[in-house]
Design a protein. Structure first.
Length: 451
């Protein structure tokens, strides 16, 4: 499927994928919504909601698993549907009822904050042409996992967005190993940073032009302040320890590790090195001063950050907590419009509803499949939810007069921090999915829309 935007065509994605099917509901729904903002769907075959596709008749579907598919679609702005298989009426009523009570709150304009580039040029001329399509997919899945587990508000951007230069609505742009990048896109990204944006790039981003022709140096070399030297292509079990110069990026811990290929670069004199690779072969960690691992460069009002390692691939292969902490703490250098304090199983997304004058924050309790071993022929279905309590929602840049839980029909008390002026609400409990509606004190401005 082309990775671009379709204004007059409805896009359908499914939840079939290399990871737990339900865990990909957020990734695939975001992508479908980005491709078709006027109307998209996410599909799950009914057989996927059963423990197995074997038997005649097959085992009954898991209602909760199917419901989470529907609630996940709603959370990320698309509509759910199912491929019918066998008798479904008894359990489908409950799923439809869950959809019905939320229907008045469908849609809206995504709150812009972080844009993640998913590039057709990179997929075709780097991934497919150079036999790296699996690695490019992995880096996107890994990045989505890091952002989702930390409740980061993000949307997908395409090559056309970088080419068109319509980037002002975003505060952060992440180039997820966007290897194939045009000179025009590079110029637009440079302007984005100069005007105050935060750019995060990693691995071989911009090492090729938009047609997959290898450059001698990064297309973003001047912006990032680095010079390409070599790529260290190693196997799946590559082990590259690093030492941070700022322990606050990783909960006070100095060492970390990237389990993925990396690039050797030379940093310019105006570049801050946030982490170095360690000297190879040393029993105890020792900084290799010639090997930057993470760099940062100020330009104009903004900043450009570069990770030498393919951090998305590293995380999906070996999900070290430090990797996600470092990335998210760097993203938070650009203040988010809202923040969620909750366990990592809670996913979030926010929309603005002009007609309601509201900010709608969706919260989804999406655990991994039940803790049971499975064998070939069985599906990893979710059949149990543990309610999450004590979730805190903080509004950094919205002024709200009221807050309520849409599904529970319950008003929430809003507290203001006298020092920062931010507004905070506490949710008593999240069972599966809830929508927190904030009635905004001021009209929604056109600049609030991401596209």
């Amino acid at each position: 499927m082309p990775l671009r935007r379709f204004l007059d065509v409805g896009i359908v994605h499914d939840t079939e994928g290399p990871t737990n099917r339900t865990q990909q509901i957020g990734f695939n729904s975001r992508l479908a919504h980005a491709q078709s903002p006027c109307g998209a769907e996410i599909w799950m075959p009914t057989v996927s909601t059963c423990e197995s596709s074997l038997g005649d008749p097959p085992p009954p579907p898991h209602v909760l698993h199917a419901k989470l598919h529907a609630l996940g679609a709603i959370t990320f702005g698309v509509l759910p549907w199912y491929g019918m298989w066998g008798p479904v009426d008894p359990w489908f009523r409950e799923v439809n009822e869950a959809i019905r009570v939320r229907e008045p709150y469908f849609g809206g304009e995504e709150v812009p904050y972080c844009g993640v580039v998913i590039s057709q040029n990179t997929r075709d001329f780097y991934g497919t042409a150079l036999n790296r399509i699996g690695q490019y997919s992995e880096t996107l899945y890994g990045l989505d996992s890091m952002l989702s587990q930390h409740h980061m508000q993000y949307a997908f951007l395409f090559d056309e967005d970088l080419e068109g230069g319509s980037l002002d609505a975003y505060r952060v742009i992440i180039l997820a190993n966007t290897a194939c990048l045009s000179d025009r896109a590079a110029a637009n990204l440079t302007e984005f940073v100069q005007k105050g944006g935060l750019l995060i790039a990693y691995f071989e981003t911009s090492l090729y032009d938009e047609w997959g022709e290898r450059r001698a140096d990064f297309g973003l070399a001047k912006l990032l302040g680095i010079t390409y030297q070599a790529t260290r292509e190693e196997g799946r079990f590559a082990y590259h320890p690093i030492l941070l110069t700022d322990p606050s990026l990783s909960r006070g811990r100095v060492p970390a590790c990237f389990m993925a290929p990396d690039v050797q670069v030379k940093a310019g004199s105006d570049v801050s090195v946030l982490a170095h690779f360690c000297v190879e072969g040393k029993i105890e960690a020792e900084i290799d001063a010639s090997r930057p691992a993470i760099t940062a460069r100020k330009l104009g009002e903004g900043e450009a950050i570069y990770f030498c390692a393919d951090i998305g691939t590293a995380y999906i292969r070996w999900p070290y907590r430090e990797n996600a902490d470092i990335l998210v703490n760097l993203i938070l250098r650009a203040r988010p419009p809202y923040e969620v304090e909750a366990p990592s199983v809670v996913l979030s997304n926010a929309f603005l509803h002009r007609e309601r004058g509201s900010l709608l924050v969706h919260l989804l309790n999406l655990p991994y499949a039940s803790n049971r071993m499975t064998h070939t022929g069985q599906h990893a279905v979710v059949d149990e939810l543990i309610p999450v309590r004590g979730i805190r929602l903080r509004l950094n840049e919205f002024e709200a007069s009221q807050a309520r839980l849409v599904v529970a029909g319950q008003s929430l008390s809003i507290e203001r921090d006298p020092a920062t002026g931010t507004l905070t609400v506490m949710l008593p409990e999240l069972v599966d999915h809830e929508i927190v509606e904030f009635k905004l004190a001021r009209p929604i401005s056109p600049a609030a829309s991401s596209r």
